[in-house]
Design a binder for this molecule. Structure first.
Ligand code: SAM
Ligand code: DTB
Ligand code: SF4
Length: 340
């Protein structure tokens, strides 16, 4: 049986090793993940982020799960980039509601230089509220990454989405290598990376292992690792496939296994239970937290799809004795936190 001898981060995971973690008896896997979780974090502490779609819809990419792609008829109305003052007001409300990190998302294939001044104003304004700043704006050049960093951006989200072998079934307008290149620009500019993927898109376990293997062998592990459960959107190829055949949806125990393996292979990452939480029972969310998830999105809405409301999340926190991660701990690198 694969044993986790150390919670020290490793960058030399092999794909068979990651697959072997998935194959562990469930109780053993969750115990090992919970043990690794405790080596770096207080398991009762949860990092809390809130999202805002600052530019919605009309995206040139064909990501087969996305409500915002112009390639599919999802009924979503495309909107222009929001004004910085509106975004900053929404960030303030998010902060007052308990969010520590504010993530601004745009339905773009890549960032255009002409939009940088507005984005810099938004980022600066959100930072001035005392929040951590995050953005997800599509592909970046090295220069753009540096400009975002200079504007005060702490985190950049750019997902690998799935394992390399399933990738062509998900999106064909952006290569895996282009995603890796943007992540390298983000790291080189000195920003923290937020990088994960989606499960429940009809992929096999080996593709989930392939995704986590890629993340665990990056030059630096992601600081935040979002695991999104597919929110099936009618009109998208991947959403329609799941809506037509329930048997293709991911089993909830397999979802928990994915969280546990993510925690083990990237021990210091904030493993975020991201999209899909709205459709999950409290019990399943609790299992995910036991398996090492220590970060969530709150606020009733992700980018275009719903999340549980504030009352529901407050009750969940109360019943599971969870508390928000101290802002200073969320801001410090996990290594620094563990050494305290
Ligand atoms: N356009 C930018 C990009 O793709 O890099 C940023 C925004 S994009 C919506 C951010 C991430 O949201 C995607 O990488 C994907 O992992 C996730 N996502 C989008 N639609 C989703 C859905 N229906 N279910 C689960 N996750 C989804
Ligand atoms: C991530 O991995 N998940 C978030 C964030 N990064 C940007 C986005 C989830 C989007 C879910 C679908 C929607 O609301 O449109
Ligand atoms: Fe565009 Fe991002 Fe949606 Fe892909 S995931 S279609 S890049 S908004």
């Amino acid at each position: 049986m694969t044993q986790i001898n150390s919670a020290q981060p490793r960058h030399d995971w092999t794909l068979p090793e990651v697959e072997a973690l998935f194959d562990l008896p469930f109780m053993e896997l969750v115990f090992q993940a919970a043990t690794v979780h405790r080596a770096w974090f207080d398991p009762s502490e949860m990092q809390i982020s809130q999202l805002l779609s600052v530019k919605t819809g009309g995206c040139a990419e064909n990501c087969g799960y996305c409500s915002q792609s112009a390639h599919f008829k999802t009924g979503l109305k495309a909107e222009k980039l929001m004004e910085p003052a509106v975004v900053i007001a929404k960030a303030k409300a998010a902060r007052d509601g308990g969010a520590q990190r504010f993530c601004m998302g745009a339905a773009w294939r890549e960032l255009k230089d002409r939009d940088l001044p507005k984005l810099a104003e938004m980022i600066g304004g959100v930072k001035a509220l005392g929040m951590e700043t995050c953005a997800t704006l599509g592909m970046l050049t090295a220069e753009q990454a540096q400009q975002l960093k200079d504007a005060g951006l702490d985190y950049y989200n750019h997902n690998l989405d799935t394992g390399p072998d399933y990738y062509a079934d998900v999106v064909t307008t952006r290569t895996y290598q282009e995603r890796l290149d943007t992540l390298a620009h983000v790291r080189d500019a000195g920003m923290s990376t937020c990088c994960g993927g989606i499960v429940g898109m009809g992929e096999m376990r080996r593709d989930r292992a392939g995704l986590l293997h890629q993340l665990a062998t990056l030059p630096a592990h992601p600081d935040s690792l979002p695991i999104n459960g597919l929110v099936p959107i009618s009109g998208t190829p991947l959403g329609d496939q799941i809506l037509a055949d329930d048997a293709k949806a991911i089993d909830s125990i397999e979802f928990v296994r994915t969280i546990a393996v993510a925690r083990i292979v990237c021990p210091k990452a904030m493993v975020r239970l991201s999209a899909g939480r709205e459709g999950m029972s409290r019990d399943l969310q609790a299992l995910c937290f036991m398996a090492g998830a220590n970060s969530i999105f709150v606020g009733g809405k992700l980018l275009t799809t719903p999340l549980p409301g504030q009352d529901e999340d407050s009750r969940l926190f109360q019943d599971l004795d969870l508390r928000p991660m101290a802002m200073t701990k969320a801001v410090l690198a996990p290594e620094t936190v563990a050494a305290e």
